[in-house]
Write a protein that binds this ligand. Sequence first.
Ligand SMILES: [Zn+2]
Length: 52
Amino acid sequence: MKVKERYVFLECTICKNRNYTTHKRLKAAYKLEKKKYCRFCREHTVHKEKKL
Ligand SMILES: [Zn+2]
Protein backbone atom coordinates (compact mmCIF):
# COMPACT_ATOMS: atom_id res chain seq x y z
CA MET A 1 0.00 0.00 0.00
CA LYS A 2 1.33 3.38 -0.96
CA VAL A 3 1.58 5.98 1.79
CA LYS A 4 0.65 9.47 0.73
CA GLU A 5 3.37 11.93 1.51
CA ARG A 6 3.79 15.61 1.05
CA TYR A 7 6.96 17.61 0.57
CA VAL A 8 7.63 20.47 2.95
CA PHE A 9 10.39 23.01 3.45
CA LEU A 10 12.41 23.22 6.61
CA GLU A 11 12.88 26.90 7.32
CA CYS A 12 15.50 28.33 9.66
CA THR A 13 13.73 30.16 12.48
CA ILE A 14 16.57 32.68 12.76
CA CYS A 15 17.22 33.86 9.20
CA LYS A 16 14.08 32.45 7.57
CA ASN A 17 16.00 30.75 4.81
CA ARG A 18 14.56 27.52 3.51
CA ASN A 19 17.52 25.25 3.76
CA TYR A 20 16.06 21.80 3.45
CA THR A 21 13.20 19.93 1.93
CA THR A 22 11.77 16.83 3.45
CA HIS A 23 8.58 14.86 3.23
CA LYS A 24 6.07 13.71 5.77
CA ARG A 25 2.88 11.76 5.83
CA LEU A 26 -0.26 13.65 4.95
CA LYS A 27 -2.13 12.66 8.07
CA ALA A 28 0.66 13.59 10.47
CA ALA A 29 -0.77 16.07 12.93
CA TYR A 30 2.50 17.27 14.37
CA LYS A 31 4.67 20.05 13.05
CA LEU A 32 8.13 19.12 12.05
CA GLU A 33 10.84 20.84 14.00
CA LYS A 34 14.45 19.84 13.65
CA LYS A 35 17.82 21.12 14.62
CA LYS A 36 19.89 21.39 11.50
CA TYR A 37 22.91 23.20 10.24
CA CYS A 38 22.13 26.53 8.63
CA ARG A 39 24.82 27.71 6.27
CA PHE A 40 23.58 31.30 6.53
CA CYS A 41 23.76 31.41 10.33
CA ARG A 42 26.77 29.10 10.25
CA GLU A 43 25.48 27.13 13.18
CA HIS A 44 22.86 24.60 14.13
CA THR A 45 19.47 26.23 14.46
CA VAL A 46 15.91 25.08 14.82
CA HIS A 47 14.19 24.57 11.48
CA LYS A 48 10.42 24.47 11.21
CA GLU A 49 8.36 23.07 8.42
CA LYS A 50 6.74 25.26 5.79
CA LYS A 51 4.46 24.05 3.08
CA LEU A 52 5.76 24.01 -0.44
ZN1 LIG B 1 19.62 30.47 9.47
